[in-house]
Design a protein around this ligand. Structure first.
Ligand code: SF4
Length: 355
């Protein structure tokens, strides 16, 4: 028996919708209108679509599925960060975070940190998601859906709200869900949709070496951040188990190749805990990154229950920074966001599920 494939509307690019309209005998410009309703106006249901006839919508509904994520819970931090818990159609839950920098800078900046997988197979020991194991990849519609649903929710309070930046840094390893992440990037970048600039999107990886090379070759012009966290294999093996498969020598070779092909600077993320913020670790990091096009972003960790991680004190952070700067390495320190609302990846879901 032939079963017609039902297409996820939020995962379709404009030209794909135009093609579907053509196949269904609907005027092709309806494809552009549909794309704008879904991706730009962020409607949650078919009933909100106004300028397409009921009969055309009925025909489109027979081929396509529009679903929004179920908004389960929201936490708001004193610093304006909002953390959302969404339920997917199959009952799985994901988190995403909206960071609002508008009060700190002249230009409004609203950054959404999206999830790319349910759970994660990498199992980093400092990460609440890593403690859960891998459940499944998100579709491109589900990845984009996080941005659209947050936009829809915030526009109820602020009709002009617009997401300006995306970081693929939520639950999951984005480069292990490569095709869906790249399609989501195209959807979010599309000028008839959210029109978020490629350079305002950043993929964060713990170091999936073959995909770093592939990303360089595909070169979608997005930023790349590598979660380094340690400059010695014996320490990194314990923090990021994937380091056993792709140790630092291989990872740094891939990073050099990435910069050679793309001429782009890589951000090296280093989470600082009370245990790894020592002078000798900073010196090892400086040696590892010598000659690499990039800069280091230091992130003092939010404590995660069950991981035993603690924040380092500010003197240790300053000393660590100084060692890197003395070695000529560009360093920034990421402003900690949402410390009072469990904003570290996977924490809210664990609390909600009563873990
Ligand atoms: S830090 Fe990222 S890659 Fe590591 S376990 Fe958590 S979600 Fe996965």
């Amino acid at each position: 028996m032939y079963i017609m494939e039902i297409i996820e509307l939020r995962g379709c690019l404009e030209d794909e919708l135009i093609e579907i309209c053509r196949e269904l005998g609907i005027k092709q410009f309806r494809g552009t209108q549909l794309f704008q309703w879904v991706q730009q106006k962020a409607v949650l249901t078919w009933d909100e679509i106004r300028n397409i006839s009921k009969s055309d919508l009925q025909t489109l509904r027979s081929r396509m599925h529009l679903y929004s994520l179920k908004h389960v819970h929201e936490q708001r931090s004193k610093d304006g960060t909002r953390k959302y818990l969404f339920r997917l159609e199959d009952g799985e839950m994901i988190e995403c975070v909206l960071m609002d920098y508008s009060r700190k800078s002249a230009r409004d900046r609203h950054t959404v940190c999206v999830s790319t997988q349910v759970g994660c197979a990498v199992g980093c020991t400092f990460c609440a998601t890593g403690l859960e194991g891998f459940r499944r990849n998100l579709s491109s519609a589900e990845i984009v859906g996080q941005v659209l649903d947050i936009t829809h929710l915030v526009r109820q309070e602020d009709p002009d709200f617009q997401v300006t930046n995306i970081v693929f840094m939520g639950m999951g390893e984005p480069l292990l869900n490569y095709d869906h992440v790249l399609k989501a990037i195209k959807l979010l970048n599309h000028e008839q949709g959210q029109a978020i600039g490629m350079r305002r999107m950043t993929i964060s990886t713990c170091g999936v070496v073959p995909r770093i090379i592939q990303l360089a070759k595909d070169n979608p012009q997005v930023g790349l951040a590598v979660s380094l966290h340690a400059a010695q294999d014996e320490i990194r093996n314990n923090l990021i188990p994937m380091n056993r498969r792709y140790p630092l020598a291989l990872l740094m070779e891939a990073c050099r190749e990435y910069s050679r092909i793309t001429h782009r600077r890589i951000t090296f993320e280093v989470a600082l805990t009370a245990d790894n913020t020592r002078r000798e670790e900073a010196a090892a990091l400086a040696r590892l990154l010598k000659g690499q096009l990039g800069h280091v972003n230091l992130i003092p960790v939010n404590p995660v229950e069950g991981t035993g991680m603690e924040r380092p004190n500010s003197e240790k952070i300053m000393e660590f920074t100084q060692v890197l700067e003395d070695a000529g390495i560009a360093v920034s320190s990421r402003e900690e966001r949402g410390a009072d609302i469990n904003a570290a990846c996977g924490q809210l879901r664990r609390l909600w599920e009563g873990d």
